[in-house]
Design a binder for this molecule. Structure first.
Ligand SMILES: [Zn+2]
Length: 348
């Protein structure tokens, strides 16, 4: 029922675009829908009594539905794809039910739409969670990287990584929707668009039109992943190139260790202004370094997190905090939020 309503909406949009184009004297090319279009399933996270996170007066369950609707509308403008939603109203759905809907509709991929929050309220950016198993891993990683690139390019949200997480017994994927979908033979990914509880990310979900932008970026990522084209949008991703990950021969276990390298070297220090320039080196064999923070009092207190741009290392400029004792060190944080403290430099 809900699905049909959404279909109508998409048809209305398509018709509107056709009318607009014909008004301009441009005849849109309407391709007949392929006999076996790819089916994808969009899952707005939470719903009903399960509100998800709540910050700044926003319930996650409402935001996920708006992002999902925007994703649905945008994807409906592409040829050769059938889009299904797990819910279009504010209703409760179990993780198993979401996986069942995807499987029953013959979906190739289930995208579970979420927004994030962290216990320490200091993380920011977007992340994608994927299955640790076989070709679900390969598909998830390949799609996830396109999605983070698209969200970063279109919206400006910081890419935190595409990750796997196994349950503590090592017998399945930790996240229920991913695990249940896998057991039904469907690949699933959780897209955590941004953090609701961190100032960096506030505009990415609270600004006018922000949720629509997120949903549109998701749809573009899906279109790129499947090489879709849209005459309505005038785009063709059929030869779009992206990094294809291999299947996981054994489950791809998450990084459970701290970064191996975290080193700083003093480049310059201006005592009067407290400005310090460092050369910092960091690496981690299993995951990317994504943030750094610093302390001017030997690790008693720490700055907020900063994006770690350089691949292996680079210059960092900072101003010593007011409580500085001149004992300077940094922490480098990996994609799994594990960190390593650097050597200390004593400024005088
Ligand atoms: Zn959520």
């Amino acid at each position: 029922m809900m699905k049909n309503n959404m279909r109508k909406k998409a048809t209305v949009i398509l018709l509107t675009i056709c009318l607009l184009l014909s008004g301009l004297g441009i005849a849109p090319v309407m391709e007949a829908e392929a006999k076996t279009p790819i089916v994808i399933c969009i899952d707005p996270g939470h719903g009903g009594t399960n509100g998800g996170a709540m910050y700044n007066g926003c319930w996650e369950k409402d935001l996920t539905l708006q992002i999902a609707n925007a994703m649905y509308q945008e994807l409906s403008l592409y040829e050769g794809v059938t889009v299904v939603m797990t819910r279009t109203a504010d209703v409760d759905l179990s993780l198993e039910q979401r996986a069942q809907i995807a499987a029953a509709s013959g979906a190739d991929f289930l995208y579970s739409i979420h927004l994030n929050a962290s216990p320490s309220h200091n993380l920011f950016g977007s992340e994608v969670w994927v299955s640790a198993y076989g070709n679900h891993y390969a598909k998830g990683m390949s799609f996830g990287n396109i999605a983070l690139q698209q969200l970063s390019a279109d919206v400006g949200v910081y890419p935190r990584g595409v990750k796997t997480k196994m349950n503590s017994r090592g017998t399945g994927d930790y996240y229920g929707v991913i695990n249940n979908a896998r057991l039904h033979g469907v690949t699933a990914a959780i897209i955590e668009h941004c953090h609701m509880d961190e100032a960096h990310d506030k505009d990415f979900y609270m600004k006018e039109g922000a949720l629509q932008k997120l949903g549109k970026a998701d749809a573009t990522a899906v279109a790129k992943y499947y090489g879709l084209k849209s005459s309505a949008l005038g785009v063709d991703y059929s030869s779009y190139q992206y990094v294809q990950y291999p299947n996981a021969k054994t489950p791809h276990v998450q990084d459970m260790t701290d970064p191996e390298v975290s080193q700083i070297e003093l480049i310059s220090y201006d005592k009067s202004s407290g400005r310090v320039q460092l050369y910092a080196k960091a690496s981690d064999a299993q995951s990317r370094i994504i943030y750094y923070s610093y302390s001017g009092n030997g690790g008693a207190t720490w700055s907020g997190l900063w994006g770690w741009a350089p691949a292996g290392g680079g210059y960092i400029e900072l101003t010593l905090p007011e409580d500085s004792t001149g004992d300077l060190c940094i922490r480098v944080h990996n994609e799994y939020d594990r960190f390593t403290e650097s050597n200390h430099i004593y400024l005088q």
